[in-house]
Design a protein around this ligand. Structure first.
Ligand code: 5RP
Length: 240
C-alpha cells in the first residue's frame, strides 16, 4: 500500500467509526442493518463485529457475497430481504459524493444489491474519505450493470441516450485482472461509462433505466440521508 492509500485507509476507518453513532436507535427489536461493500464498508463491518461480540443485537443484510463472508466470519447475524421487509439503516461507502449527497457507486461491482438494500432502508448513511467528495459527479466512470444477452445492442442504446443528453465517452466492459469479464453477484456484466462530467444525473438515471438491457446503474440520487467524510482535518457530517 502506498503512502496515499495508507492515509486514505485511515480516513476510511475514521468515517466508519463516526458512523457507529448512527446505530444508537432504539426500536425495541434487534436493529436491522444493511451492510455495504468495499474497503470503507469493510471497516464498518469490523467495528460492528466487535459490537456484536459485546452483545449488541442486530440482524444484517449484506450487499455482496464478499461482505456476507466477512460478516459471517465475525458472527454477525445475517438475513435477507425475503425475511425482513424493511431495514432501519444501511451503511455503505461510495466512489463519489456531492454536497447534496448524490452518489456514484459500483466501483466494487455491488451496485445492484447496494441500491436494492439502500432503497429498502429507512436511512442510508455513507462513509468515505474526502477523496470521494466532488462538485459534479462523473470523473469516476459510471458503472452500469447490464445483461449479458445483447451486450452490443445495450451498449449502442446507452451511447444513444447519453448522446441525447450531450454526454459521450468510452463504455468499457469491466474486466478482471486475468482479462476475463467481471461478473456481478447477480450474474451480469458492468460497463464503466467514462462521461467525465454528469451535470444532469436525474435525466441520465431516468434514460438509462429505459434501456432494456440495463439492469441498474451506479447513480444513487435521493437515497443517502447522512454522510461522514473523513480527511486531514477530521470528520465532517453532511445531511440532506
Ligand atoms: C461497491 C461500492 C463501494 O462502496 C465503492 O466502490 C467504494 O469502495 P471503497 O470503500 O473501497 O473505496 O460502491 O460497489
Amino acid at each position: 500500500m502506498g503512502m496515499n492509500n495508507i492515509v486514505s485507509d485511515v480516513h476510511k476507518l475514521e468515517a466508519a467509526k463516526s458512523a457507529m453513532q448512527e446505530l444508537d436507535i432504539s426500536t425495541g427489536a434487534p436493529l436491522r442493518i444493511g451492510l455495504g461493500t468495499g474497503s470503507t464498508a469493510k471497516h464498518f463491518v469490523d467495528l460492528l463485529g466487535a459490537r456484536v461480540a459485546e452483545g449488541f443485537e442486530c440482524i444484517c443484510v449484506p450487499t455482496s457475497e464478499q461482505t456476507a463472508e466477512q460478516a459471517g466470519s465475525l458472527r454477525i447475524p445475517l438475513s435477507d430481504l425475503d425475511h425482513l421487509d424493511q431495514l432501519d439503516i444501511t451503511i455503505d461507502g461510495t466512489d463519489e459524493i456531492t454536497a447534496d449527497l448524490s452518489l456514484i457507486k459500483g466501483g466494487g461491482g455491488a451496485l445492484l444489491r447496494e441500491k436494492i438494500v439502500a432503497a429498502a432502508s429507512k436511512k442510508m448513511i455513507v462513509i468515505a474519505d474526502d477523496s470521494k467528495s466532488v462538485e459534479t459527479l462523473g470523473a469516476f466512470p459510471l458503472p452500469i450493470e447490464v445483461n449479458k444477452f445483447g451486450l452490443m445492442a445495450t451498449k449502442n442504446a446507452i451511447a444513444k441516450v447519453a448522446g441525447a443528453l450531450k454526454l459521450s465517452g468510452d463504455l468499457l466492459l469491466r474486466k478482471k485482472a486475468d482479462e476475463t469479464p467481471f461478473i456481478t453477484d447477480e450474474g451480469h456484466l458492468i460497463l464503466d461509462a467514462c462521461f467525465g462530467r454528469i451535470s444532469n444525473p436525474k435525466e441520465l438515471s431516468n434514460e438509462l433505466l429505459q434501456v432494456p438491457g440495463v439492469v441498474q446503474h451506479g447513480l444513487f440520487l435521493n437515497l443517502c440521508q447522512n454522510a461522514y467524510i473523513a480527511g486531514a482535518n477530521g470528520v465532517i457530517k453532511l445531511s440532506r
